[in-house]
Ligand binder design. Structure first.
Ligand code: GLN
Length: 459
């Protein structure tokens, strides 16, 4: 990561990033760019450096913030109409930690509204384009963040991953994307999607940068009761020997080039002396169905707070209390948000709770146990992030089931709370990035990042 010093000032780094952001404006990466604020911050950092003070481990490093993180700089919209006009008086813990080390936010990035989606097409502000093919999706929901890093506008970007939203766009754009262990990084100040699944993580160009960001952002936060006690810095990185591949995924539903990339990396590991172990994990076939019950149930509950009274937008058609709620929610949410609210309330309703939510919760326990069993046999698992590389804009956006199937290999990690690191794994014949994910037991984040270096190649 290039930090500022006396020769290369923070102002220089920030101005370069802002110029690149402008150059790539038609990719629709940013929902807001804070030129003035970023330059003001850069000058403060430069003044510190000039005085010989410590300006932090991220001194002057420009970064992009997914627009579902709150901070007083600019509106936090989560790319949803209903939050337009909402400025937060407080700052997310992760943002506070990064900025205390000198990082400078240049802008906020586009996402599927409320992080509901796998393509960034569900955004109120329109889709973000893929960094490698402008006719294809960026992936989602953190599409803007992934493309901002892939196009080298910023050194890193933040993301949230409830069911793949960091890993899938990372793999569609050829960068690293980490979904940490559940509770590793504070969720305080990130617009809640599904609270038992939400994880805060990052996009970077190298594993080393990911390690640096995690060492800064991870750790206990009294404002988020689910954060784990500090473990990241103290993690012992033992020598891995056995790497698992999941046999159940080795079928026609996964693109042949992605399967080829997986085989290639396994061969590389074998050459380096690792043992590749085939695992059968039959409970994973319930992951997608369980996720699309538990997640909307939590979404329905979390989105009930947007009522046209407390945040942002209120419908002009509202006449009385009940129409403030109805009209504002009708106009303010995207169709995908509404679909999830309806599914969520349905699976939680008294007549259907046992048949849906309870069953999904039981399947979740089986998935947790299956991962525990797997990690008693292997150190890490290597598997695809998604069944295909980036798809065409418009290809799946009107077919919710096709879009949900994108998440078939990413959601089980969120259900189990285990970390996953998306790594670049070469290109398809047509030049699209291919991605794989490394999965480890809970709290193995640092070891996973370290291990990713074993898989680095020039591609
Ligand atoms: N694509 C998944 C969904 O739409 C995951 C979203 C996320 O991780 N925020 O639910």
């Amino acid at each position: 990561m290039k930090t500022a010093n006396k020769k290369v000032t923070a102002e220089r780094l920030v101005r370069d990033a802002l110029a690149k952001a402008k150059h790539f404006a038609d990719y629709n990466i940013f929902t807001f760019i804070d030129e003035e604020g970023a330059i003001r911050r850069a000058r403060e950092i430069d003044a510190k450096i000039a005085r010989g003070e410590d300006a932090g481990r991220l001194a002057g490093v420009p970064y992009a913030l997914k627009d579902n993180f709150i901070s007083p700089r600019g509106e936090t919209t989560a790319s949803a109409h209903i939050l337009e006009g909402f400025t937060s008086p407080v700052t997310a813990t992760s943002v506070e930690r990064l900025e205390a080390e000198g990082a400078i936010m240049i802008g906020r990035t586009n996402l599927d509204a409320f992080a509901h989606g796998s393509s960034t097409e569900n955004s109120y502000f329109g889709a973000t384009l893929n960094a490698y093919d402008r006719e294809r999706v960026a992936g989602g929901s953190s599409g803007g963040s992934a493309v901002a890093v892939a196009l080298d506008i910023v050194e890193f970007a933040t993301g949230s991953d409830t069911g793949g939203s960091i890993r899938q766009p990372a793999s569609f754009n050829g960068v690293y994307g980490l979904k940490p262990t559940y509770g590793a990084v504070s969720r305080y100040g990130v617009v809640a999607m599904a609270s038992s699944l939400d994880c805060i993580g990052f996009f970077t160009k190298t594993p080393e940068d990911m390690d640096l960001l995690m060492s800064i952002a991870a750790g206990r936060d009294p404002k988020d009761m689910t954060t784990l006690p500090d473990y990241y810095g103290e993690s012992k990185v033992g020598k891995a020997k056995k790497i698992g591949v999941i046999k159940d995924f080795d079928n026609g539903s996964v693109d042949s080039e992605i399967r080829g990339a997986l085989k290639h990396k396994c061969d590389l590991l074998k050459k380096k002396g690792y043992e590749i172990v085939e695992l059968t994990m039959p409970a994973l076939k319930y992951a997608l169905a369980a996720y699309y019950i538990i997640q909307p149930a939590e979404v329905a509950s979390n989105l009930s707070r947007y009522d046209g009274v407390r945040y942002g937008f209120r419908s002009e058609k509202a006449k009385d209390l009940s129409s403030i709620y109805d009209k504002t929610r009708d106009e303010g949410f995207m169709p995908e948000n509404k679909r999830r609210i309806m599914i969520g309330n349905f699976v939680l309703s008294s007549g259907f709770y046992d048949a849906y939510f309870l069953k999904a919760a039981k399947a979740r326990t089986l998935i947790v146990q299956e991962y525990e069993k797997a990690f008693s046999q292997v150190d890490y698992i290597l598997m695809p992030v998604s069944p295909n590389p980036a798809f065409k804009l418009g290809e799946k956006v009107n077919d919710p089931v096709a879009m949900y199937l994108e998440d078939v290999m990413s959601v089980s990690l969120n259900l189990a709370g285990v970390p996953g690191l998306a790594i670049p794994a070469g290109k398809s014949k047509t030049g699209l990035p291919l991605g794989l994910q490394l999965v480890g037991p809970r709290r193995s984040d640092k070891a996973l990042i370290e291990f990713a270096r074993e898989l680095q190649e020039d591609d």
